[in-house]
Write a protein of this length. Structure first.
Lengths: 206, 396
């Protein structure tokens, strides 16, 4: 089944599924609770047998629903993509059902989304951080997390006790170019413009 | 006889990596061993995590091109192309035929370079040093060509949204052609050291078998998927950048073991040479950037300094970034390691709201806990080498 047919059939089968705006592949929104059933239907009945990608989008702390989990399925027979998106119902403690039982490959993807966004996956067999270390207190891809990072204790307590070191935010003065999506405030976009700790008259501090 | 019944045995925990020669970078695998047999393997990744996706949300589209070099740093030209096409799909830009052909040419050269390293390093992993020396000699020649084209051997940053950094220099195409002619016999010679080598086949045949179903279920792509018998190649099945014009075959394995993955890569190198030969033979003339891309490209420096219009345009590009429409696109390109995908969510403006990098090495490595169980410790080395992953891309 081709991708546009599949999304039409999916909407017929799941009453709450709706079209999603897309610039390329056919896309549908499904409620988070229906996501595993809809994906299983796409996989088993419509031939979208490969989970190409699983990720999430943070629409900013002010938005509700705040988090959307996005699945990209690929059909190895028809060579077509379908995008399925599920909004997380709870903004404070976002969670969607896991699809690891459909694709074992989803395991790492869901761990990554949990690690980066703090989105829980109900039914995941082993939901722990994957790119950051165990015990890391933040979710880096959330919009409120600053680009430079946040000061955090070292993962190894013994090393931290010995060295008194911690994970420091990256020094942002002098680059990189920082811009925000949509309207750009030039003063905020270029931190070098705000940095007055050194000028022609004062030496640059080490 | 079951030894465990007679003696007190306990399972041993072994941490392999993150700096182990066979882990090709900073991968760590927490192994649980029963004697020589692996009973559990838990890969620990993230040692090379740099937050590329976070960085992408804070810079304009063209500024992110150098970061794509550092994903699969063995094939930066292919990453550059995948990223550029993804953004062009967002901007609805059509690049001209010459630009497409040059991109295909460079991506296939990157494929040769990446597979040469993959095969050479794999040979070292299983105990054959010589092949590496041959393949690295050839890679060096490719790097010379890359340097001539882009000014950098490694971090090429060659594409721009809607075009390229520059056209190919004079005589370069002929030198690529000459490289291909001398390369193939040498490549066959280095493969002769492996393909029927008893030690090599003993270390690879029947080791790390991945079934067709598992390969699809774990989202494997690239040579690792095709070695398991799935004839899926996005260059053929979902053509981009004009790949449909070129004739080439898709090698497919039968058993999905380490040996098949090696053979698949070897054949892909030959097919890449075939594609390069075709591009060289009929490289189209004309512009190497899209006319519409002027709203994205920085104008030429001499124009900026002498013409008001170009000066204003340059100012707008630098301060606000190229203006993109709002929307969502997902594009996957067939890179040497597998399907490299970019999912871009734009709210308009010069900066992506969200840019997700679907790294093939990340997905390919996720099958390790399954494929390593029951293997010997030495087989783990063989399996890792045959999966041919890059941590720069896996950890992002």
């Amino acid at each position: 089944m081709s991708a546009p047919e599949a999304t039409t059939a999916l909407k017929a089968k799941f009453q709450q599924a709706s079209d999603r705006a897309s610039l390329d592949h056919p896309a549908v929104n499904v409620p988070a609770a229906d996501a595993p059933a809809a994906l299983a239907c796409l996989r088993d009945e419509f031939g979208f047998d490969m989970l190409a990608d699983l990720t999430a989008v943070d629409w900013s702390a002010a938005a509700s629903p705040r988090f959307t989990v996005v699945y990209h399925l690929f059909s190895t027979a028809r060579h077509d993509y379908v995008r399925v998106a599920a909004d997380c119902p709870n903004d404070a403690e976002p969670s969607v059902p896991s699809v690891t039982s459909l694709w074992p490959g989803a395991n790492w993807h869901e761990r990554e989304v949990y690690d980066m966004f703090g989105i829980g996956f109900a039914g995941h067999p082993d939901l722990r951080r994957i790119l950051m270390w165990d015990g890391y207190p933040h979710f880096p891809l959330r919009k409120e997390f600053p680009l430079s990072g946040i000061e955090t204790p070292l993962p190894d307590v013994e090393v931290a006790a010995e060295t008194h070191a911690s994970v420091k935010p990256a020094p942002m003065m002098g680059g990189p170019f920082v811009a925000s999506s949509g309207q750009i405030n030039l003063g905020a976009a270029e931190p070098r413009g705000q940095d007055e700790s050194w000028t022609e008259k004062h030496e640059k501090p080490e | 006889m079951n030894a465990a019944a007679e003696f007190d045995t306990e399972k041993m925990s072994l941490s392999m990596g993150p700096s182990h020669p066979s882990t090709h970078g900073v991968l760590r695998i927490q192994l649980e061993l029963d004697g020589e047999i692996v009973t559990k393997a838990d890969p620990v990744i993230g040692y090379l995590h740099r937050g590329d996706e976070k960085i992408a949300e804070n810079m304009t589209y063209n500024q992110f091109v150098p970061y794509t070099d550092r994903l699969d740093y063995l094939a930066p030209l292919a990453n550059n192309m995948a990223y550029a096409i993804a953004v062009e799909r967002l901007a609805k830009l059509e690049v001209p035929a010459r630009c497409q052909a040059i991109r295909v040419l460079t991506a296939e050269m990157a494929r040769i370079s990446a597979h040469l390293l993959g095969i050479g390093a794999y040979a070292i992993d299983v105990g054959a040093w010589t092949v590496f020396l041959y393949t690295f000699t050839e890679r060096e020649k490719l790097y010379k060509l890359f340097e001539e084209l882009t000014g950098a051997r490694f971090t090429t940053s060659y594409t721009r949204i809607g075009g390229l950094m520059r056209d190919v220099p004079g005589g370069w195409i002929e030198r690529v052609d000459a490289f291909c002619d001398q390369f193939l016999p040498l490549f066959e010679e280095s493969l002769d050291l492996l393909t029927r080598n008893k030690i090599f086949t003993d270390r690879t045949q029947g080791i790390g078998v991945i079934s067709r179903e598992d390969a699809i279920a774990y989202g494997l792509t690239g040579p690792n998927l095709r070695a398991s018998g799935v004839p899926l190649d996005l260059r053929k099945d979902k053509p981009y950048s004009g790949y449909e014009q070129y004739e080439f075959d898709i090698p497919v394995g039968t058993t999905g073991d380490c040996y098949d993955r090696y053979l698949t890569r070897a054949e892909e190198v030959r097919q890449a040479v075939r594609i390069i030969k075709q591009v060289v033979a009929k490289l189209p003339g004309g512009a190497w950037y899209a006319e519409d891309a002027k709203r994205i490209f920085a104008p030429r420096k001499d124009k900026i300094l002498t013409s008001m219009e170009e000066l204003i345009q340059n100012f707008m590009l630098v301060t606000e970034g190229p203006q993109m429409p709002a929307g969502e696109v997902y594009f996957e390109a067939e890179n040497p390691k597998g399907a490299l995908g970019f999912f871009i969510v734009s709210k308009g403006g010069g900066v992506p709201w969200r840019l997700k990098i679907r790294a093939p090495s990340f997905c390919n490595l996720s099958i390790l806990p399954k494929v390593c169980v029951g293997a010997m410790v030495s087989d783990v080395v063989s399996i890792l080498g045959s999966l041919d992953f890059v941590m720069g891309e896996c950890d992002r």
